[in-house]
Structures are given as structure tokens and as C-alpha cells.
Write a protein that binds this ligand. Structure first.
Ligand SMILES: [Zn+2]
Length: 188
């Protein structure tokens, strides 16, 4: 047992945080006093703490990304299971959330990612491709148009690359009627 220097209440050792170099190896103040003090400190210095945390996160972005990726890799099935469960329990809210995201520019991001995945599958993105420019093209695609590969990634006779110069905007109609013209243009 030990008396907390803050609240002067005698408490069990397990009610104190461990602290090396302290008498008995535990802190002078109890856990609940420390918690109160920390939260008062946070309230008082909230803005500075948020700024500092944000700065730290930005500076250590690649580190935290790497550790997040590692965590995901090691807990993949559990995480995916939880996600599916959450989706099942909140289906209509999740559908609405996704719809709002798509309408607010998410569709372009989704299209860019899908094209990237398709291109990766076909190994169509060379290492020198301007990835930022690719993303921009998808994001700036006019409403009612689609981003099209001038030379298809998987053509019958030739295969195009997933690079900016091979991208063009087409209306859905033009895209649908492209097939025949392409054959004439590129196999002559
Ligand atoms: Zn205390």
C-alpha cells in the first residue's frame, strides 16, 4: 500500500503507474490523479498539442504508413471480417456514405484506382510513367465523359500503355463505338 501525494488516499500498488528511479519503482501520484492531471493539461494546451501531433504525423508519415500496412498484413482476416460485419449492420448508412463520397469527387479517384489496378494487372504502367499526371487526368475528366486508352491496354494486335499520352476523354457513346475504328487505325 502507498499514500498518493496528490489525493492523500492510501491505495494498492497496482493503482500507481510504474516509474523507474522512484521509491518502490512506482509513481508518487495514483493513476486516477495522473489521469485528471493529464486531461486538465490537455484541455489547457489543446491547440498546441493538436498542432504538434499533426506536425509529428506529417513528418513520420511514411513510418506510420509502413506500420499501418504491417498491422493490416498481420491482421488482414480479422480486419476484413470486422469491416464486413460493420457494413452488414449499417448497410443503408454505408451505402449513403459511399454515394455522397462518389458524388463529391470520389468517382474520379475510384476510376483512377481501378485503371491503375487494371494496368498493373496487365503490367502496362512503365516505371517512368507520370503517376500524378495520370491521377489528374482522371480527376479532371468532364462530366459525361470517360477516360479512354487510345491504344487499349489489351488490344487484339497491339497493347497500349497506361501513360498520360495514351489517355483521352471520350463520351460514353464514342467509347462504345470505338471497336471497329481502332482495328482499322492500328492494324493497317
Ligand atoms: Zn491520487
Amino acid at each position: 500500500m502507498k499514500v498518493c501525494k496528490e489525493c492523500n488516499i492510501e491505495k494498492l500498488e497496482m493503482d500507481f503507474h510504474k516509474k523507474r528511479g522512484r521509491k518502490g519503482g512506482i509513481s508518487a501520484e495514483c493513476k486516477s490523479c495522473k489521469k485528471t492531471r493529464d486531461s486538465l493539461y490537455y484541455q489547457k494546451n489543446k491547440e498546441a498539442i493538436i498542432i504538434r501531433t499533426k506536425k509529428y504525423c506529417q513528418e513520420n508519415r511514411s513510418v506510420s504508413r509502413a506500420s499501418a500496412a504491417k498491422y493490416y498484413k498481420n491482421n488482414r482476416s480479422e480486419i476484413n471480417h470486422k469491416k464486413r460485419e460493420h457494413y452488414r449492420n449499417n448497410r443503408s448508412a454505408e451505402i449513403m456514405k459511399n454515394r455522397i463520397w462518389l458524388a463529391n469527387g470520389g468517382q474520379a479517384i475510384k476510376n483512377a484506382y481501378e485503371a491503375k489496378r487494371r494496368a498493373a494487372k496487365l503490367q502496362a504502367t512503365p516505371f517512368w510513367a507520370d503517376v500524378e499526371e495520370l491521377k489528374r487526368i482522371y480527376e479532371e475528366c468532364p462530366i459525361g465523359c470517360q477516360v479512354d486508352h487510345v491504344l487499349p491496354l489489351k488490344g487484339k494486335t497491339v497493347c497500349g500503355l497506361h501513360i498520360p499520352i495514351n489517355l483521352q476523354y471520350l463520351t460514353a457513346f464514342e467509347n462504345g463505338s470505338k471497336g471497329n475504328r481502332l482495328l482499322k487505325e492500328h492494324t493497317a
